[in-house]
Write a protein that binds this ligand. Structure first.
Ligand SMILES: Nc1ncnc2c1ncn2[C@@H]1O[C@H](COP(=O)(O)OP(=O)(O)OP(=O)(O)O)[C@@H](O)[C@H]1O
Length: 705
């Protein structure tokens, strides 16, 4: 064989090999997707079969075929505690069943949305059962809040963390030995994995029959597939091995099927009873806003949004990508008259704590934070969560945005999306397990201008679809979107990348956009810069292009290369479409916001009517706060306009005397629930309702002055 021939054949073989490798990559990605879907479908099928044959699969994993609603021996004691100690009149969805399963000695997996009431599920059985309950929680601040809350209810709770004094530690160790003095003990996961002394005391406690239950809060931290993996959580499996007969609860707000299987395996609770509540947060309005390439414009829009929609110092969070960006955005918001401060991991603990406290006490309207401002935020009345930059996955976005509206009142979640933010995130996450796949999930969410935002969450968490009720931008106003065939532009773009690649060069996304823009000048084509950026992302999402990463001494850079399906576009075997908005200007947004408000109000009114007709005077749980509901119900609105007026008034005259009269009327005429009877048979109002009355008195007297 001639050398030339060899070289030619080698070239051909290498080209074909590359082609095969590309195909393998596509197939592997598809295999991964299919595995995910397979496990989801298996779980759904299992749940369906369990529902159809409740007697089958008695103690099988992942389902709750038993009737956990009761009756059980402890019912009246539990009801008494619920009302007299926790001040709660009625259980929320799944709480009673979870408590009963734990009381029956079963391991339990609880998946319940933020603010759903997970704590009660282990705190109440902890008091009902003899001995001491161990609660593992990831953050000291979270633990401190919980212990403080329990002590306020006269429940003997303690914590053992790096901040615990020697004296307190001694007291706790004694309590563990004797099985008395403490009912609920909170520890960080590090205590389990690093303190032999603690583990031996716990062993003694168990040996004496005093370990009542084990609760693992934020259990998704166990799984590497979860959005917040913590290495120390990996070691918690030891607890079930050491104390197999002690019921264990694993609690989290979100876990995909994969994460659920993973954490059941890691915690050694394969036969656990699983309670999954919906991920739907009907009170949250989800919206994606086009992010300008000019930083000042973005800040102006955020500031305007806060000033216009939340002029009464209503609390909010702005999430940013980096620490530096947090500081800049906070300063810029302050310049625009908004009470904002920043929070990130570079600050010392005291400074962080100070900012958190000021915000919790409403002395600060907005916290501008990185993801470090995360778990442990218990503020119930956060009215808006704005993402200045993209989250790294659907799951993190669900968690971060979910910090809004824990009190059930209407709140907004706004994500500012710009395709150019994608490579910033991708170069951070590409080394994580499924990092890119997860990132592209949230990018798809942002890129879509038609699909209901809520349905994207349902799909992600493998939950049946529910009605959005117009509570996302795409459902409220997606009529100005047209789908455009951009296959021709896609072909030009792919050829540009191919040319560069053949010359052994590299292109960043922005360089590619510039090249495309220049090409446009030559050909007279008229795709706007924003649309070109959108096209690059679309091609990455469709595997026509792909991102590749290169490390330098200072950073990791993301480059755009040909993807497995590039040839299909070049050979015109693949159509590429873009959803293009006809109204990208501000006027468009303003009118959109108006229709958003109206559609939101129609929805609220409808929900309100339903709740009023089914609540018989009790405090309704609604997208509006209980207090707002009582005021509105007293005024009997009959149209969206009337409702709008009342809500408008609530904003301006929140503490006006007429509204106070309405609150008073509501509180005074309220009928006690049946289960509000105390031991002596007399009636007692639950704490919540008393609190409203107390607020009322305080406000009334201050108005009198
Ligand atoms: N059945 C109930 N009725 C009324 N209020 C309740 C009920 N259960 C819990 N709550 C209250 O709801 C609020 C949220 O509860 P909790 O902190 O347990 O939520 P969570 O599910 O742990 O949320 P997160 O995941 O955000 O921490 C608390 O103020 C709690 O007192």
């Amino acid at each position: 064989m001639e050398t030339e021939e060899i070289i030619q054949e080698l070239g051909n073989v290498e080209t074909e090999l590359r082609h095969v490798q590309d195909q393998i990559k596509v197939l592997l990605e598809r295999q991964e997707e299919l595995y995910d879907r397979q496990s989801e479908l298996k779980a759904v099928l299992e749940a369906c079969t369990a529902n159809e044959n409740p007697d089958k699969d008695e103690d099988g994993p992942h389902s709750s075929p038993e009737n956990w609603s009761g009756p059980f021996d402890w019912d009246s004691k539990a009801d008494h505690l619920k009302f007299h100690v926790f001040g709660i009149s009625a259980y929320r969805a799944n709480q009673r069943e979870i408590i009963n399963a734990v009381m029956s000695g079963r391991d339990v997996l609880v998946i319940m949305a933020a603010g759903g009431g997970k704590s009660l599920c282990y705190q109440l059985p902890a008091i009902l059962r003899d001995g001491i309950a161990l609660v593992v929680s990831p953050l000291i601040s979270l633990i401190q809040d919980q212990v403080m809350g329990l002590k306020a209810l006269d429940i003997p709770a303690s914590m053992l963390t790096s901040t615990t004094s020697k004296e307190e530690e001694k007291f706790i160790y004694k309590a563990l030995e004797k099985g008395e003095g403490v009912k609920i003990l909170y520890v960080t996961p590090e205590k389990i994995s690093k303190s032999k002394r603690f583990m031996s005391k716990l062993e003694k406690c168990h040996h004496g029959g005093h370990l009542s239950l084990i609760a693992i809060d934020e259990a998704h931290c166990c799984s590497q597939w979860g959005h917040d993996f913590r290495p120390d959580y990996k070691n918690l499996g030891i607890l079930k091995i050491q104390f197999p007969n002690v019921p264990m609860l694993a609690l989290t707000a979100t876990a995909t099927q994969k994460v659920q299987y993973d954490l059941m395996e890691m915690l050694h609770i394969p036969k656990c009873v699983k309670f999954v509540s919906t991920v739907n947060r009907p009170n949250l309005f989800y919206m994606v806003r086009e992010k300008s390439s000019v930083a000042k414009v973005v800040i102006n829009e955020i500031a305007e949004f806060i000033r216009e929609s939340y002029p009464n110092n209503e609390s909010g969070i702005v999430y940013c990508f980096s620490r530096k960006e947090c500081e800049q955005v906070a300063a810029e918001l302050r310049d625009r008259g908004i009470l904002a401060d920043y929070y990130h991991a570079d600050m010392d603990v005291n400074a962080r704590e100070k900012v958190h406290m000021r915000w919790s006490k409403n002395k600060l309207q907005v916290i501008v934070g990185t993801v470090a401002f995360g778990m442990g935020i218990n503020k119930p009345d956060v009215r808006f969560v704005i993402h200045h930059s993209l989250s790294k996955s659907m799951e993190t976005y669900y968690q971060e945005s979910g910090r809004a509206g824990r009190d059930g009142a209407a709140s907004e979640c706004v994500l500012f999306f710009r395709p150019a933010d994608v490579p910033r995130q991708s170069s951070m996450v590409f080394y994580e397990n499924s990092g890119l796949q997860n990132l592209y999930g949230i990018v798809r969410y942002c890129q879509s201008r038609r699909q209901c935002r809520r349905s994207a969450f349902f799909r992600h968490f493998s939950e049946p679809l529910q009605d959005c009720n117009g509570m996302c931008d795409n459902c409220a106003f997606s009529s100005d979107i047209t789908e455009v065939d951009v296959s021709g532009y896609a072909k030009i773009m792919v050829s540009l990348v191919q040319d560069v690649q053949e010359n052994d060069q590299r292109l960043t996304m922005l360089q590619l956009v510039d090249k495309m823009k220049n090409k446009h000048k030559e050909t007279g084509a008229d795709l706007k810069r924003e649309a070109i950026e959108q096209l690059v992302i679309q091609l990455i999402l469709e595997s026509v292009l792909k991102e590749e990463f290169q490390h330098t001494a200072y950073a990791t850079n993301a480059y755009v290369k040909l993807g497995p399906l590039a040839k299909h576009v070049l050979q015109e075997r693949k159509t590429v479409k873009l959803e293009i908005s006809n109204k990208q200007n501000k006027a468009g947004y303003k009118s959109a916001k108006r229709s958003l408000t109206l559609s939101g109000l129609e929805f609220k009114l409808d929900k309100l009517r339903k709740e009023l007709s089914s609540n018989h005077g009790g405090l309704p749980h609604s997208i509006l706060s209980a207090q707002q509901m009582s005021i509105i119900s007293a005024q009997k609105p009959n149209s969206a306009e009337e409702l709008e007026k009342i809500i408008g008034k609530l904003k301006t005259e929140r503490y006006g005397s007429r509204i106070l009269e309405e609150i008073k009327k509501f509180v005074d005429t309220d009928e006690p629930d049946d289960n509000m009877l105390n031991d002596e048979g007399s009636t007692k109002k639950p704490r919540k309702r008393q609190k409203i009355k107390k607020d009322f008195v305080v406000i009334e007297s201050s108005e009198d002055e």
